[in-house]
Design a protein. Structure first.
Length: 345
C-alpha cells in the first residue's frame, strides 16, 4: 500500500511515494522528485505533475502527509514566502487521498525518530539510565534557514507531537563579546529584541560574520568584496554560510572565531532545552547545518558550553545526544506520519 510524503519549504518542494514493507517498519521509498516552488503557481499544479506524469505507472497513494514551513490551523496552511493558501481537506478531495494531513515541517520530525536506522544518525552521548526518568520524552532542535524546536512523547511506535516556537525565545549572551554582538544586531536589524533564531541558524552564522567583518581590523578580509555583492542578491547571501565554513576549515582565524561564537550559542541553547524538557529519551540535533558541523558537535568546545549549567550540569550527562545525518529527514518523517495515517483510512 502506497502513501505520499511532502517536505514543502519556501524555495523547494520534495515529494516522495513510499510503500509499506512487511519486513521493515520504516517506509520504503519508491520514487521522489524535487521541485523549485518559484517555477510553479500552486502546490496543486505540482501534485498534478508528480502524480499524473512522474508517477503514472505507480499505484496511487492512499494517504498523504505534507510537512509545511508556515503557520497552520485546522489542517490549513499559509506559505508566506509563496502567497500560497493550502487546504488539507481540499487536497484530500481533489487527489482522492483517504487521509491527508498538514503538519509543521519541524514538528513532523518527531514522527520519524522511532523509525530511524543507525546510519541516519550519530550518537554524541549515550546518556545514563536515571531511576524514575521518563525515557519516552524526546526533544529535537535544528538550525537551518531558521531555528526549529519540537518535543514529543514516544512510546514504542506510538507518537504524540508537542509543537514549540522555542526558537524565538530571547537570545541570552553569556560574555562581553556576545553582548556586543547582540547590541550590534539590534542596531543592524533595527529591532527591539533578538531571538535565538537570529543567531543560531544558517542566517545567524552569516550575521555573526558580518559583525566580525565590520570591525576595523577586518577591513582587508577577502570576504569584504562578497559582502558588498550580497547586498543586492538574496541568492548570493544564501551561499555565505558555506563560504564561512570553507574558510574556517582552511584556517582563516576570523571565520574560526565566527564558528566558535555560533557553536557556543548553539550548545548553550541545547543545554537549556535539555534542562527544560528533561528529554531522557533523547535530545536530537537536526536541520541543514547538522551533518556539516558534525566534527564541531563532537568538539570539547561544544560539550563544555552544553554542560555549562552550574549546579544542574550532572543532569545533562544523563541525556542522550544524537545528530541526524539524513539530509532528507523531513521527507522521511512525513512518510512515517503518512504511514501511520493508513491505519485510520
Amino acid at each position: 500500500m502506497n502513501f505520499l510524503a511532502c517536505d514543502l519549504g519556501g524555495t523547494k518542494i520534495l515529494l516522495g511515494i513510499f510503500k509499506t514493507d512487511i519486513n521493515d517498519d520504516s517506509p520504503r521509498l519508491i520514487f521522489k522528485k524535487k521541485y523549485l516552488s518559484s517555477e510553479w503557481d500552486s502546490l496543486e499544479l505540482i501534485l498534478e505533475d508528480f502524480l499524473e506524469n512522474q508517477c503514472k505507472n505507480i499505484a496511487h497513494p492512499y494517504s498523504a502527509c505534507f510537512a509545511v514551513a508556515g503557520p497552520l490551523s485546522n489542517n490549513n496552511a499559509k506559505i508566506v514566502n509563496l502567497s500560497w493558501d493550502i487546504s488539507g481537506n481540499e487536497l484530500q478531495n481533489k487527489f482522492n487521498f483517504k487521509n491527508c494531513e498538514l503538519i509543521n515541517d519541524f514538528a513532523v520530525q518527531i514522527y520519524g525518530i522511532p523509525y530511524l536506522k543507525k546510519n541516519q544518525y550519530f550518537t554524541i552521548q549515550n546518556g545514563s539510565n536515571t531511576k524514575g526518568a521518563n525515557e519516552d520524552l524526546h526533544a529535537i532542535v535544528g538550525a537551518g534557514t531558521g531555528l526549529g524546536i519540537a518535543r514529543g512523547i514516544i512510546s514504542g511506535k506510538k507518537v504524540r507531537v508537542l509543537a514549540s516556537e522555542g526558537g524565538h525565545v530571547e537570545y541570552s549572551p553569556k560574555s562581553k563579546l556576545e553582548w556586543e554582538l547582540k547590541i550590534w544586531l539590534k542596531n543592524h536589524l533595527k529591532v527591539e529584541r533578538i531571538s535565538c533564531e537570529r543567531i543560531i541558524s544558517g542566517t545567524g552564522l552569516s550575521r555573526i560574520a558580518e559583525w566580525i567583518l565590520s570591525k576595523p581590523d577586518a577591513q582587508n578580509h577577502p570576504l569584504q568584496k562578497y559582502l558588498e555583492e550580497i547586498k543586492n542578491s538574496d541568492a548570493l547571501r544564501k551561499e555565505l554560510p558555506e563560504k564561512i565554513c570553507t574558510l574556517s576549515n582552511k584556517g582563516d582565524q576570523l571565520m574560526i572565531e565566527v564558528e566558535r561564537i555560533w557553536l557556543g550559542a548553539y550548545a548553550s541553547l541545547l543545554g537549556d532545552v535539555a534542562l527544560q524538557e528533561l528529554c531522557f529519551g533523547g535530545l536530537w540535533i537536526s536541520g541543514g547545518t547538522a551533518p556539516k558541523h558534525l566534527k564541531n558537535f563532537k568538539s570539547d568546545l561544544f560539550m563544555k558550553q552544553f554542560f555549562d549549567k552550574g549546579r544542574l550540569k550532572d543532569i545533562l550527562k544523563t541525556i542522550p545526544i544524537k545528530i541526524i545525518l539524513d539530509e532528507e529527514f523531513g521527507l522521511f518523517s512525513a512518510a512515517c506520519r503518512a504511514k501511520m495515517l493508513l491505519k485510520t483510512s
